[in-house]
Ligand binder design. Structure first.
Ligand SMILES: Cc1cc2nc3c(=O)[nH]c(=O)nc-3n(C[C@H](O)[C@H](O)[C@H](O)COP(=O)(O)OP(=O)(O)OC[C@H]3O[C@@H](n4cnc5c(N)ncnc54)[C@H](O)[C@@H]3O)c2cc1C
Ligand code: SF4
Length: 337
């Protein structure tokens, strides 16, 4: 492991100033992702700044009936909070579908959505990877693509030597639930505070796959707000994976039904949690029959680009995610009858 300096500032403002002043500095929260990357040589910072005890660990009520999750609240604490379980079952279910009890006891609200891709090549420093080493190429194209993206990618076999190529997926379960809940991210940076709609936090690779989010260097997540859902809203999360536990999503679906409103977010299919806006628009106000859902998902997935690769590639994700959306909406519809 590359040696680094370690700092434990007195408050969040000092932490932000400290990271902003050092280009090769990173924040440390629960450490369940960052420490692995330090050991693997994927992350090579000069300075690690511990913020674990600086941000709030509380879940507090907001005046509009929503909840504020302090950035240091753990995944276990949020999943166990009675208000979260009653009002946002989709979030509790997504959190409990992730990792293991021990990891969830350490992982935080701020760190979870910022965990990095599980692309095997990203974690193997001996292979080219545009995300880890900008401009080095993408080893995943035509390689092991089972966990890779089908949406938000330009072609079925993008140019692996193009510095913009990255077909990685975002691995967080929590982030898919936060996307469907229209959560708001509270951020403190060197120039002050700002609020980022969760749907805009993560980015597609664009021309810089090394950037997962729109956060600037030195910006710290201080809390994530959950807006109130309408009275009678129902929500749930469904994750499809290779093993029943301790496995990342092949595909996942977070859904909310609230009156005529249908909200759907997809995990495991893109570089960011994918809000299925096209399908939502086609389903809004309609009876959620299997054929209506199938047609809406056909429209949502029309631009999908299955990636060939070892073991058959990842084309299986396209029918799988459509069926998982249908099953999730059926479960919610039946629960409202
Ligand atoms: C074996 C294993 C299995 C797993 N399985 C799953 C799974 O099935 N589903 C799933 O969703 N996750 C899974 N995870 C990932 C786990 O959920 C994440 O590692 C964890 O949520 C990250 O949170 P953390 O607080 O430990 O973040 P850290 O590791 O401390 O930090 C992660 C990143 O966020 C940055 N950061 C942290 N806090 C802040 C902040 N407040 N503001 C700005 N930047 C910040 C850090 O600089 C770092 O880049 C698994 C992890 C392991 C090791
Ligand atoms: S898919 Fe992205 S993370 Fe994986 S090797 Fe290619 S550039 Fe790296």
């Amino acid at each position: 492991m590359k040696p680094f300096a370690f700092a434990k500032p007195g408050d969040v403002a000092e932490a932000v100033r400290t990271v902003a002043a050092e280009p090769a500095a990173v924040f440390l929260a629960g450490g369940t992702n960052l420490v692995d990357h330090l050991k693997l040589g994927v992350a090579r910072p000069d300075l690690v700044v511990d913020v674990r005890t600086l941000t709030s660990r509380e879940v507090t009520d907001l005046p509009d009936g929503g909840l504020r999750l302090g950035a240091a609240s753990t995944n276990s604490e949020v999943a166990a909070d009675r208000r979260v379980r009653e009002r946002y079952p989709v979030l509790a279910a997504a959190l409990l579908a992730g990792a293991t009890g021990q990891l969830r006891n350490a992982a935080t609200t701020g760190g979870n959505p910022l965990q990095r891709t599980r692309c095997v090549y990203f974690q193997d420093v001996t292979t080219p990877c545009n995300k880890r080493e900008p401009g080095s190429g993408c080893s995943a194209v035509g390689g092991y693509t089972r966990y890779h993206a089908v949406l938000g990618v330009p072609a079925a076999l993008p140019d692996p030597t193009d510095p913009a190529t990255c077909i990685a997926t975002h691995p967080s379960d929590m982030a898919v639930a936060l996307a469907v809940l229209d959560a708001q991210v509270q951020v403190l940076g060197p120039t002050g505070e700002r609020t980022i709609p969760f749907a805009e936090l993560h980015r597609l690779p664009g021309d810089d796959p090394s950037r997962d989010t729109v956060l600037e260097h030195g910006e710290l997540i201080t809390a994530i707000d959950l807006p109130a859902l309408p009275e009678g809203a129902r929500s749930t999360y469904r994750k499809v994976r290779d093993r029943a536990s301790y496995a990342f999503a092949l595909v996942s679906v977070a859904a909310v039904l609230a009156g005529d409103d249908v909200r759907i977010a997809l995990g495991g299919v893109a570089h960011k949690p994918w809000r299925a806006s096209r399908a939502e628009g086609l389903l809004r106000g309609r009876e959620l029959t299997d054929s209506a859902v199938r047609a809406a998902m056909d429209a949502e997935l029309a631009a999908a680009q299955p990636q060939p690769g070892a073991g058959g590639g990842n084309g299986f994700k396209i029918p799988l995610v459509a069926r998982t959306v249908a099953a999730t909406l059926r479960e919610l519809t039946e629960a409202t009858r």
